[in-house]
Design a protein. Sequence first.
Length: 367
Amino acid sequence: MSLTGTPFFATVIALTAIAVVLPLAVWSKVRGPAAVRTVLRALMVVFAQVTAVAVVFVAVNRAEHFYASWSDLLGTGSYVTAAPDLGPDGLGGKKVEEAPKVRQQFQPVEGVGGRVRKTELDGKISGVKGDVMVWLPPQYDDPAYKDKKFPVVELIPGIPGTGKSWFQGLKAHEVLEPLMKSGKVQPFILVSPRAMLLGNGDTGCANLPGKVNADSWFSVDVRKMVVDNFRVSDEARSWGVAGYSAGAYCAAKLAIAHPDRYSAAVSLSGYNDPGQEPSSLVAKDPELRRTHNLKNLLQAAPTPPPVALWMSGAEQDGYLSGTDLKAIAKSPTTVHAEKVVGGHNLESWSKQLPQTFGWLSGLVKAP
Protein backbone atom coordinates (compact mmCIF):
# COMPACT_ATOMS: atom_id res chain seq x y z
CA MET A 1 0.00 0.00 0.00
CA SER A 2 1.50 3.32 -1.07
CA LEU A 3 2.71 5.63 1.70
CA THR A 4 1.19 8.65 -0.04
CA GLY A 5 -1.86 6.93 -1.54
CA THR A 6 -5.48 7.54 -0.63
CA PRO A 7 -6.17 3.92 0.49
CA PHE A 8 -3.45 4.09 3.16
CA PHE A 9 -4.62 7.51 4.34
CA ALA A 10 -8.20 6.23 4.59
CA THR A 11 -7.00 3.17 6.54
CA VAL A 12 -5.12 5.33 9.05
CA ILE A 13 -8.18 7.57 9.52
CA ALA A 14 -10.38 4.51 10.09
CA LEU A 15 -7.96 3.10 12.67
CA THR A 16 -7.84 6.45 14.44
CA ALA A 17 -11.64 6.52 14.64
CA ILE A 18 -11.66 2.99 16.04
CA ALA A 19 -9.00 3.98 18.58
CA VAL A 20 -11.27 6.77 19.85
CA VAL A 21 -14.50 4.76 19.92
CA LEU A 22 -13.04 1.54 21.34
CA PRO A 23 -12.23 2.84 24.88
CA LEU A 24 -15.62 4.54 25.10
CA ALA A 25 -17.36 1.29 24.23
CA VAL A 26 -15.44 -1.26 26.29
CA TRP A 27 -13.51 0.59 29.01
CA SER A 28 -15.90 -0.39 31.82
CA LYS A 29 -16.55 -3.83 30.32
CA VAL A 30 -13.00 -5.10 30.51
CA ARG A 31 -12.95 -8.21 32.70
CA GLY A 32 -10.28 -10.17 34.49
CA PRO A 33 -7.72 -9.54 37.25
CA ALA A 34 -6.79 -5.95 38.01
CA ALA A 35 -3.39 -6.31 36.33
CA VAL A 36 -4.97 -7.61 33.11
CA ARG A 37 -7.54 -4.80 33.07
CA THR A 38 -4.78 -2.23 33.57
CA VAL A 39 -2.68 -3.63 30.73
CA LEU A 40 -5.62 -3.79 28.30
CA ARG A 41 -6.68 -0.23 29.08
CA ALA A 42 -3.09 0.97 28.74
CA LEU A 43 -2.88 -0.72 25.32
CA MET A 44 -6.04 1.10 24.22
CA VAL A 45 -4.52 4.42 25.27
CA VAL A 46 -1.27 3.67 23.45
CA PHE A 47 -3.19 2.55 20.35
CA ALA A 48 -5.11 5.85 20.37
CA GLN A 49 -1.92 7.87 20.69
CA VAL A 50 -0.10 5.97 17.95
CA THR A 51 -2.95 6.30 15.48
CA ALA A 52 -3.35 10.01 16.26
CA VAL A 53 0.34 10.62 15.54
CA ALA A 54 0.15 8.44 12.43
CA VAL A 55 -2.80 10.29 10.90
CA VAL A 56 -1.07 13.65 11.41
CA PHE A 57 2.17 12.36 9.90
CA VAL A 58 0.43 10.84 6.87
CA ALA A 59 -1.63 13.99 6.29
CA VAL A 60 1.43 16.26 6.48
CA ASN A 61 3.48 13.93 4.28
CA ARG A 62 0.74 13.84 1.66
CA ALA A 63 0.63 17.63 1.63
CA GLU A 64 4.37 18.36 1.76
CA HIS A 65 5.73 15.12 0.25
CA PHE A 66 8.78 14.60 2.43
CA TYR A 67 8.82 10.85 1.74
CA ALA A 68 7.62 9.37 -1.53
CA SER A 69 7.71 5.71 -0.48
CA TRP A 70 8.13 3.32 2.42
CA SER A 71 11.75 2.76 1.42
CA ASP A 72 12.39 6.51 1.65
CA LEU A 73 10.82 6.63 5.10
CA LEU A 74 12.63 3.56 6.40
CA GLY A 75 15.93 4.53 4.80
CA THR A 76 16.16 1.30 2.80
CA GLY A 77 15.79 2.70 -0.71
CA SER A 78 18.72 2.89 -3.10
CA TYR A 79 18.58 4.48 -6.52
CA VAL A 80 22.23 3.80 -7.30
CA THR A 81 23.01 1.16 -9.93
CA ALA A 82 26.75 1.96 -10.10
CA ALA A 83 29.18 4.47 -8.59
CA PRO A 84 32.47 4.46 -10.52
CA ASP A 85 35.14 7.11 -10.04
CA LEU A 86 34.19 9.74 -12.63
CA GLY A 87 37.12 12.07 -12.01
CA PRO A 88 37.13 15.81 -11.18
CA ASP A 89 34.71 16.78 -13.96
CA GLY A 90 32.21 14.03 -13.12
CA LEU A 91 32.20 12.71 -16.67
CA GLY A 92 34.47 9.68 -16.40
CA GLY A 93 36.21 10.53 -19.66
CA LYS A 94 32.93 10.62 -21.61
CA LYS A 95 31.76 13.43 -23.85
CA VAL A 96 28.13 14.26 -23.20
CA GLU A 97 27.62 15.86 -26.59
CA GLU A 98 28.63 12.62 -28.32
CA ALA A 99 26.36 10.37 -26.25
CA PRO A 100 23.10 9.04 -27.77
CA LYS A 101 19.96 11.12 -27.28
CA VAL A 102 18.02 10.35 -24.11
CA ARG A 103 14.36 10.14 -25.10
CA GLN A 104 11.88 9.91 -22.25
CA GLN A 105 8.15 9.34 -21.75
CA PHE A 106 6.45 11.65 -19.26
CA GLN A 107 3.38 10.95 -17.12
CA PRO A 108 1.07 13.17 -15.03
CA VAL A 109 1.91 13.45 -11.33
CA GLU A 110 -0.79 12.36 -8.89
CA GLY A 111 -1.94 15.13 -6.59
CA VAL A 112 -0.26 17.93 -8.55
CA GLY A 113 -2.21 19.98 -11.04
CA GLY A 114 -1.00 22.02 -13.98
CA ARG A 115 1.62 20.82 -16.40
CA VAL A 116 3.84 18.89 -13.98
CA ARG A 117 5.04 15.62 -15.51
CA LYS A 118 7.48 12.98 -14.35
CA THR A 119 9.75 10.40 -15.89
CA GLU A 120 12.05 7.65 -14.67
CA LEU A 121 15.58 8.51 -15.77
CA ASP A 122 18.38 5.95 -16.00
CA GLY A 123 21.49 8.11 -15.64
CA LYS A 124 24.09 6.52 -17.89
CA ILE A 125 27.01 8.54 -16.52
CA SER A 126 26.11 8.88 -12.84
CA GLY A 127 24.77 5.37 -12.35
CA VAL A 128 21.67 6.81 -10.67
CA LYS A 129 18.16 5.76 -11.66
CA GLY A 130 15.38 7.95 -10.30
CA ASP A 131 12.37 10.09 -11.03
CA VAL A 132 12.58 13.59 -12.46
CA MET A 133 9.68 16.06 -12.48
CA VAL A 134 9.33 18.73 -15.15
CA TRP A 135 6.99 21.70 -15.39
CA LEU A 136 6.66 23.67 -18.62
CA PRO A 137 5.71 27.37 -18.51
CA PRO A 138 2.49 28.52 -20.19
CA GLN A 139 4.43 30.01 -23.11
CA TYR A 140 5.98 26.66 -24.04
CA ASP A 141 2.92 25.55 -26.05
CA ASP A 142 2.11 29.03 -27.35
CA PRO A 143 2.48 29.08 -31.18
CA ALA A 144 4.26 32.44 -30.83
CA TYR A 145 7.08 30.62 -28.98
CA LYS A 146 7.25 27.49 -31.15
CA ASP A 147 10.77 28.23 -32.36
CA LYS A 148 12.11 29.62 -29.09
CA LYS A 149 14.27 27.88 -26.51
CA PHE A 150 13.64 28.34 -22.80
CA PRO A 151 15.88 28.84 -19.76
CA VAL A 152 15.83 26.16 -17.06
CA VAL A 153 15.98 26.19 -13.26
CA GLU A 154 16.83 22.91 -11.57
CA LEU A 155 15.09 22.57 -8.19
CA ILE A 156 16.77 20.62 -5.38
CA PRO A 157 14.63 19.59 -2.38
CA GLY A 158 15.83 19.34 1.19
CA ILE A 159 16.28 16.18 3.28
CA PRO A 160 13.79 14.61 3.70
CA GLY A 161 12.11 15.65 0.51
CA THR A 162 11.35 14.62 -3.06
CA GLY A 163 11.04 16.41 -6.38
CA LYS A 164 7.34 16.61 -5.65
CA SER A 165 8.08 18.75 -2.59
CA TRP A 166 8.78 21.76 -4.80
CA PHE A 167 5.41 21.45 -6.51
CA GLN A 168 3.14 20.11 -3.79
CA GLY A 169 4.88 21.68 -0.79
CA LEU A 170 6.25 25.00 -2.04
CA LYS A 171 3.69 25.12 -4.89
CA ALA A 172 6.38 26.64 -7.09
CA HIS A 173 4.40 26.32 -10.32
CA GLU A 174 1.27 27.87 -8.79
CA VAL A 175 3.24 30.82 -7.40
CA LEU A 176 5.29 31.44 -10.54
CA GLU A 177 2.81 30.81 -13.37
CA PRO A 178 0.85 34.09 -12.98
CA LEU A 179 4.16 35.99 -12.68
CA MET A 180 5.35 34.40 -15.92
CA LYS A 181 2.08 35.26 -17.66
CA SER A 182 2.36 38.89 -16.54
CA GLY A 183 6.02 39.19 -17.54
CA LYS A 184 7.31 39.82 -14.02
CA VAL A 185 9.25 36.56 -14.18
CA GLN A 186 10.55 35.12 -17.42
CA PRO A 187 9.17 31.71 -18.48
CA PHE A 188 11.46 29.10 -16.98
CA ILE A 189 11.22 25.35 -17.35
CA LEU A 190 11.31 23.91 -13.81
CA VAL A 191 13.05 20.57 -13.28
CA SER A 192 13.11 18.76 -9.93
CA PRO A 193 15.07 15.47 -9.74
CA ARG A 194 15.10 12.91 -6.95
CA ALA A 195 17.62 13.92 -4.27
CA MET A 196 17.31 11.07 -1.72
CA LEU A 197 19.43 8.49 -3.53
CA LEU A 198 20.75 6.36 -0.67
CA GLY A 199 18.08 5.75 1.95
CA ASN A 200 17.20 8.97 3.74
CA GLY A 201 20.80 10.20 3.96
CA ASP A 202 22.06 13.42 2.43
CA THR A 203 24.54 12.94 -0.42
CA GLY A 204 25.60 16.58 -0.32
CA CYS A 205 25.27 16.49 -4.11
CA ALA A 206 28.73 14.93 -4.15
CA ASN A 207 30.40 12.23 -6.20
CA LEU A 208 31.55 9.59 -3.72
CA PRO A 209 33.16 6.68 -5.64
CA GLY A 210 31.78 3.37 -4.55
CA LYS A 211 28.71 5.00 -2.98
CA VAL A 212 26.93 7.49 -5.23
CA ASN A 213 27.59 10.00 -8.00
CA ALA A 214 25.00 12.59 -6.98
CA ASP A 215 26.85 15.54 -8.54
CA SER A 216 26.89 13.88 -11.96
CA TRP A 217 23.22 12.91 -11.56
CA PHE A 218 22.17 16.54 -11.12
CA SER A 219 24.69 18.35 -13.28
CA VAL A 220 25.17 15.87 -16.14
CA ASP A 221 22.45 13.24 -16.56
CA VAL A 222 19.45 15.37 -15.62
CA ARG A 223 20.69 18.29 -17.70
CA LYS A 224 21.26 16.07 -20.74
CA MET A 225 17.80 14.55 -20.44
CA VAL A 226 16.19 17.99 -20.38
CA VAL A 227 18.25 19.19 -23.35
CA ASP A 228 17.34 16.07 -25.34
CA ASN A 229 13.60 16.30 -24.69
CA PHE A 230 12.73 20.00 -24.60
CA ARG A 231 13.52 23.26 -26.36
CA VAL A 232 16.46 24.27 -24.20
CA SER A 233 20.19 24.86 -24.56
CA ASP A 234 23.01 23.27 -22.61
CA GLU A 235 24.75 26.65 -22.23
CA ALA A 236 25.44 27.65 -18.65
CA ARG A 237 23.90 31.10 -19.18
CA SER A 238 20.48 29.51 -19.69
CA TRP A 239 20.64 27.27 -16.60
CA GLY A 240 20.08 28.13 -12.94
CA VAL A 241 19.69 25.96 -9.85
CA ALA A 242 17.73 26.56 -6.65
CA GLY A 243 17.30 24.67 -3.40
CA TYR A 244 16.07 24.90 0.16
CA SER A 245 17.76 23.65 3.35
CA ALA A 246 20.12 20.78 2.39
CA GLY A 247 19.08 21.40 -1.21
CA ALA A 248 20.18 25.02 -0.82
CA TYR A 249 23.70 23.90 0.02
CA CYS A 250 23.60 21.64 -3.03
CA ALA A 251 22.37 24.40 -5.34
CA ALA A 252 25.17 26.79 -4.36
CA LYS A 253 27.73 24.00 -4.51
CA LEU A 254 26.70 22.89 -8.02
CA ALA A 255 26.96 26.45 -9.32
CA ILE A 256 30.37 27.10 -7.72
CA ALA A 257 31.77 23.75 -8.89
CA HIS A 258 30.29 23.89 -12.40
CA PRO A 259 30.19 27.41 -13.83
CA ASP A 260 30.25 25.71 -17.24
CA ARG A 261 26.82 24.22 -16.45
CA TYR A 262 25.05 26.85 -14.30
CA SER A 263 25.20 30.63 -14.21
CA ALA A 264 23.24 31.32 -11.01
CA ALA A 265 22.01 29.63 -7.84
CA VAL A 266 19.37 30.40 -5.21
CA SER A 267 20.03 29.12 -1.69
CA LEU A 268 17.06 29.31 0.70
CA SER A 269 18.08 28.70 4.34
CA GLY A 270 21.26 26.98 3.28
CA TYR A 271 24.70 26.64 4.83
CA ASN A 272 28.36 26.44 3.85
CA ASP A 273 29.50 23.57 6.08
CA PRO A 274 27.95 20.23 4.99
CA GLY A 275 28.31 19.07 8.59
CA GLN A 276 25.27 21.17 9.46
CA GLU A 277 23.12 18.41 7.97
CA PRO A 278 23.17 15.50 10.46
CA SER A 279 22.62 12.86 7.77
CA SER A 280 25.36 14.20 5.45
CA LEU A 281 27.49 11.45 3.94
CA VAL A 282 30.17 14.00 3.05
CA ALA A 283 30.52 15.19 6.66
CA LYS A 284 31.38 11.69 7.89
CA ASP A 285 34.91 12.17 6.50
CA PRO A 286 36.79 15.19 7.95
CA GLU A 287 38.74 15.84 4.75
CA LEU A 288 35.66 15.60 2.54
CA ARG A 289 33.82 17.89 4.94
CA ARG A 290 36.63 20.44 4.65
CA THR A 291 36.94 20.32 0.86
CA HIS A 292 33.17 20.42 0.37
CA ASN A 293 32.70 23.48 2.57
CA LEU A 294 31.46 26.17 0.17
CA LYS A 295 34.00 28.70 1.45
CA ASN A 296 36.88 26.32 0.78
CA LEU A 297 35.36 25.25 -2.54
CA LEU A 298 35.11 28.86 -3.70
CA GLN A 299 38.63 29.72 -2.58
CA ALA A 300 40.08 26.56 -4.18
CA ALA A 301 38.65 27.35 -7.63
CA PRO A 302 41.48 27.94 -10.17
CA THR A 303 39.81 31.23 -11.11
CA PRO A 304 36.76 32.91 -9.55
CA PRO A 305 33.75 31.20 -11.15
CA PRO A 306 31.46 33.45 -13.23
CA VAL A 307 28.33 32.66 -11.21
CA ALA A 308 25.83 34.65 -9.16
CA LEU A 309 24.59 33.37 -5.81
CA TRP A 310 21.46 34.41 -3.90
CA MET A 311 21.64 33.29 -0.26
CA SER A 312 18.73 34.14 2.01
CA GLY A 313 17.37 33.15 5.38
CA ALA A 314 17.18 34.14 9.02
CA GLU A 315 20.43 35.36 10.57
CA GLN A 316 21.57 31.91 11.74
CA ASP A 317 19.74 30.04 9.00
CA GLY A 318 21.33 31.05 5.73
CA TYR A 319 21.97 34.78 5.96
CA LEU A 320 25.33 34.65 7.76
CA SER A 321 26.45 31.87 5.42
CA GLY A 322 25.72 34.27 2.60
CA THR A 323 27.67 37.14 4.16
CA ASP A 324 30.62 34.79 4.78
CA LEU A 325 30.71 33.82 1.10
CA LYS A 326 30.21 37.42 0.00
CA ALA A 327 33.25 38.48 2.04
CA ILE A 328 35.59 36.15 0.12
CA ALA A 329 33.96 36.25 -3.34
CA LYS A 330 36.02 37.85 -6.11
CA SER A 331 34.75 39.12 -9.43
CA PRO A 332 33.16 37.72 -11.53
CA THR A 333 31.61 35.75 -8.66
CA THR A 334 28.79 37.71 -6.99
CA VAL A 335 26.92 36.89 -3.80
CA HIS A 336 23.68 38.51 -2.64
CA ALA A 337 22.88 37.87 1.04
CA GLU A 338 19.29 38.57 2.07
CA LYS A 339 18.00 38.44 5.65
CA VAL A 340 14.39 37.31 5.82
CA VAL A 341 11.76 36.88 8.52
CA GLY A 342 10.33 33.40 8.68
CA GLY A 343 11.14 29.94 9.90
CA HIS A 344 12.88 26.96 8.37
CA ASN A 345 9.77 25.75 6.56
CA LEU A 346 8.10 25.39 3.17
CA GLU A 347 5.76 28.33 3.68
CA SER A 348 8.67 30.71 4.27
CA TRP A 349 10.54 29.45 1.20
CA SER A 350 7.45 29.59 -0.99
CA LYS A 351 6.95 33.27 -0.10
CA GLN A 352 10.46 34.03 -1.37
CA LEU A 353 9.87 32.59 -4.84
CA PRO A 354 8.59 35.80 -6.52
CA GLN A 355 11.65 37.76 -5.40
CA THR A 356 14.23 35.05 -6.06
CA PHE A 357 12.86 34.14 -9.48
CA GLY A 358 12.64 37.82 -10.35
CA TRP A 359 16.35 37.95 -9.52
CA LEU A 360 17.03 34.85 -11.63
CA SER A 361 15.16 36.45 -14.53
CA GLY A 362 17.89 39.06 -14.79
CA LEU A 363 20.67 36.48 -14.89
CA VAL A 364 19.52 33.22 -16.45
CA LYS A 365 18.55 33.97 -20.04
CA ALA A 366 16.97 32.14 -22.92
CA PRO A 367 19.57 31.27 -25.59
